[in-house]
Write a protein that binds this ligand. Structure first.
Ligand code: PXP
Length: 254
């Protein structure tokens, strides 16, 4: 079954807009995470950025204590954040680029350009019993490098697909790239997640991508929650994910 990790960063974005630097504030991302779990989310994702623009340190500590599903700690490969992750012990970390020089041509992590540094962080995480995922473009070169540095998972960057979703030929080209990157990842022993820019509209076609285990979705769920509430927004996305057949498109797909 395809699993859903809800990214709760933007609940914290809203809180920080009013309560930055204060000891408490609303909306509370931990309460949001618990609601997501109650209606069927399989995991919670939060990104502790170096500039702390949304999730802050106390959120990660509280999430680790409160949630009952898996905690996916999104982070840059930066020494301060690595130490925090090792102390918090999430189930999995997803290494993402935050600085321009860490970004590959299209926006995923430039694994090829940082193999030694990634290898070292991945080793430390694995020694602590934390799984590691690398957020990469659907590019075979980056996928193969992810296996070389010892990651167990990649998260395929679906941003380019989401961006061209309304232009049919470009969208199909992006889908093909996702399909072949996922196949390559599977061949080299990596497990495959995906995320960025996914929503109810573009999810059904993504069912053609094989080997997917989990989707990480944030912005569209939190946006939709403004109108229909968080529980319903999570339910809607879970519905759009239903019937994933490991690469076989659902019957309703055009
Ligand atoms: N996966 C990763 C690695 C991300 O950085 C993000 C964005 O924070 C997401 C998934 C979720 O993207 P979106 O908010 O567009 O659903």
């Amino acid at each position: 079954m395809l699993k859903l990790g809800v990214n709760i960063d933007h609940v914290a974005t809203l809180r920080q807009a009013r309560y930055r630097g204060m000891e408490r504030g609303e909306p509370d991302p931990i309460a949001a995470a618990l609601l997501c779990e109650q209606v069927g989310a399989h995991g919670i994702t939060a990104h502790l950025r170096e500039d702390r623009r949304h999730i802050i340190d106390r959120d990660m500590v509280a999430l680790r204590k409160a949630i009952r599903t898996r905690l996916n700690f999104e982070m840059a490969n930066a020494p301060e954040i690595v130490d925090i992750a090792l102390a918090i012990r999430p189930d999995i970390v997803c290494l993402v680029p935050e600085k321009r020089e860490e970004i590959s041509t299209e926006g995923g992590l430039d694994v090829v350009g940082h193999e030694a540094a990634l290898w070292e962080t991945i080793r430390r995480m694995k020694d602590a019993g934390i799984e590691v995922s690398l957020f990469v473009d659907p590019d075979p070169i980056q996928v193969e490098a992810s296996a070389r540095v010892g990651a167990q998972f990649i998260e395929l960057h679906t941003g380019a697909y989401a961006e061209v979703f309304h232009q049919k030929s470009e969208r199909n080209r992006e889908l093909e790239r996702l399909v072949s990157a996922s196949e390559r990842a599977h061949q080299v022993g990596l497990r495959v997640n995906a995320g960025h820019g996914l929503n109810r509209e573009n999810l059904p076609l993504l069912h053609v991508v094989p080997h997917l285990e989990e989707l990480n979705i944030g912005h569209s769920i939190i946006s939709r929650a403004v109108f229909i509430g968080l529980e319903n927004a999570v339910r809607e996305i879970l519905q759009a994910m239903e019937g994933y057949g490991g690469g076989t498109p659902p019957r309703s797909t055009p």
